[in-house]
Design a protein around this ligand. Structure first.
Ligand code: SAM
Length: 260
């Protein structure tokens, strides 16, 4: 019977795939992928010549919601046809990436075996390149547009990571970039939580091992002037770290003086 394994190829070419994922990739009967560039596609093809890109299902003017459904259906059909299928996505296959989750849910519902293996995601790279540990202050992550439209409060004592900042406020799901007006609105919303001169970072991990990461530090007010791409991630350092809270400590029978 057919089966599906969703794997992540990591961000940086060739070196960030896990040994287990590589084994599945090499042994698959049919490999589909959504990969960032031709180099990564050629590399996956060198490991398994059955590789087929799903990028052709994206189109300017076509809703991404429809594209993801179409991709899911192509993958599921190959499993129904009895193939041992691998879906190879860059980064981690299940982080800010819906097609693997959709396909697994659909296939399991139809009685097929389907699983996801973890991969090295963009945020895994950013902790390493920017040199911070999300455990020090805590860390919150949102898809930029979902955050901007939701009105949810930000916790300014923790790091904030906004994924897909290059699509900030893009509500049509039909185009692949944001606008100056959207970025100005983004500044107004972030300014509810952070001062206009708060320093933040645009981060892009390299896809190719010899390249360096993009680490651009700038002030909140200058966001509309920044060059945002489809791989930019916005990192906002906290205003304050975590502090001890007297009434919370009371619950444990502790006092601030117990911490020296
Ligand atoms: N599954 C991917 C992962 O595990 O990293 C994330 C895919 S999500 C659809 C695309 C978003 O991931 C981008 O808008 C950006 O926020 C982030 N991203 C992708 N590639 C990146 C890179 N090379 N450096 C930094 N962020 C990246």
């Amino acid at each position: 019977a057919g089966s599906l394994t969703c794997i992540g190829t990591g961000i940086t070419l060739a070196g960030q795939i896990t040994t287990l994922s590589k084994n599945y990739l090499e042994q698959a009967e049919s490999v589909f992928g959504i990969l960032p560039d031709k180099l990564s596609e050629d590399w996956v093809k060198s490991l398994n010549p059955s590789y087929q890109s799903l990028q052709y299902l994206y189109a300017e003017g076509k809703s991404r919601r429809q594209t993801y459904q179409d991709m899911t259906e192509v993958v599921c059909q190959a499993v129904r046809d009895g193939k041992k299928v691998v879906l190879a996505l860059y980064g981690h296959p299940g982080i800010f990436a819906c097609v693997g989750h959709f396909a697994i849910e659909r296939l399991k519902g139809e009685g097929y075996e389907a699983q996801m293996l973890p991969g090295v995601s963009a945020d895994a790279c950013l902790y390493a390149d920017l040199g911070f540990d999300p455990g020090t202050t805590g860390c919150q992550a949102y898809e930029a547009t979902q955050f901007l439209f939701s009105g949810v409060p930000l916790n300014t004592s923790a790091y904030t990571i906004l994924w897909q900042i290059g699509l900030a406020g893009e509500h049509t799901l039909k185009t692949f970039k944001t606008t100056q007006d959207n970025l100005e609105a983004t500044v107004r919303i972030l300014n509810k939580w952070f001062p206009l001169d708060h320093e933040m970072i645009l981060y892009e991990a390299p896809f190719i091992p010899v390249q360096s990461p993009r680490i651009d530090r700038f002030k909140l007010k200058d966001l509309p002037q920044m060059d945002l791409t489809s791989i930019s991630t916005l990192v906002i350092p906290p205003l304050t770290g975590l502090k001890l809270d007297k009434s919370s400590l009371d619950e444990f029978g502790l006092d601030i003086t117990d911490f020296g």
